[in-house]
Design a protein around this ligand. Structure first.
Ligand code: SF4
Ligand code: SF4
Length: 196
């Protein structure tokens, strides 16, 4: 049973408007799912998502982590013989779910998105140590994987200090513009932060 009020009516048309992807072109050949690196980890695969959008029956996607595990690698889009782009559709659905039913976004996923985007907003690029610390504070998983840190630091995989790009002002203007137009924060999961 769907746990949120996300509306399904006219979904295919709205996805088309938002992404330019006409899901009606999908003929369910499954080539996208056959190449998806997360297919073995997910209940609903890219071709399933396309079918659900076409039928307006996306409720089951809200009660399952499948679309939140998408890596946005675009393998599905590159394999599609029909010019469809499941990755863009999945991203649009994530934005929609986060906007209309934020309580349905898995907490670790929302925390990761928020932590990642906050770092990009502050520095113009990802700062892994800051992202890890923020993620842990948001999820409460303070000691999880803590023993990995010394090894990562020793191998130079984690930097202790962030470096900021020169065009940080432009990055922040993009975040401000996205936050203002979407009302949910850049990334659709409430990210954006208030640290300037
Ligand atoms: S590869 Fe393209 S046409 Fe085939 S199922 Fe996937 S999205 Fe649909
Ligand atoms: S973009 Fe997402 S759905 Fe498409 S192949 Fe990559 S992980 Fe799978």
């Amino acid at each position: 049973m769907s746990r949120s009020p996300v509306s399904d009516g006219g979904l295919r048309e709205r996805i088309l408007q938002e992404t330019g992807v006409n899901t009606a072109r999908c003929y369910q050949c499954g080539k996208c799912s056959a190449g998806c690196p997360m297919a073995a980890e997910t209940r609903w695969r890219p071709h399933d998502v396309m079918r659900m959008v076409n039928t307006g029956a996306v409720g089951p996607l809200q009660d399952d982590p499948s679309i939140w595990l998408c890596l946005a690698c675009e393998t599905c889009a590159s394999r599609c013989p029909n010019g469809c782009d499941p990755a863009r559709v999945i991203d649009a659905l994530r934005e929609r779910f986060a906007r209309e039913a934020p309580g349905g976004v898995p907490r670790p996923v929302a925390a990761f998105h928020r932590a990642f985007l906050d770092q990009v907003r502050r520095h113009g690029r990802s700062f892994e140590l800051g992202m890890v610390m923020e993620y842990k504070l948001r999820t409460g998983a303070l000691t999880e994987d803590a023993l990995s840190a010394p090894g990562l630091l020793a191998r130079g995989k984690l930097s202790l200090t962030p470096s900021r790009i020169s065009g940080i002002g432009e990055v922040r203007r993009i975040f401000d513009a996205c936050t203002g137009s979407a009302g949910t924060g850049a990334g659709g999961t409430g990210a954006g932060g208030d640290d300037r």
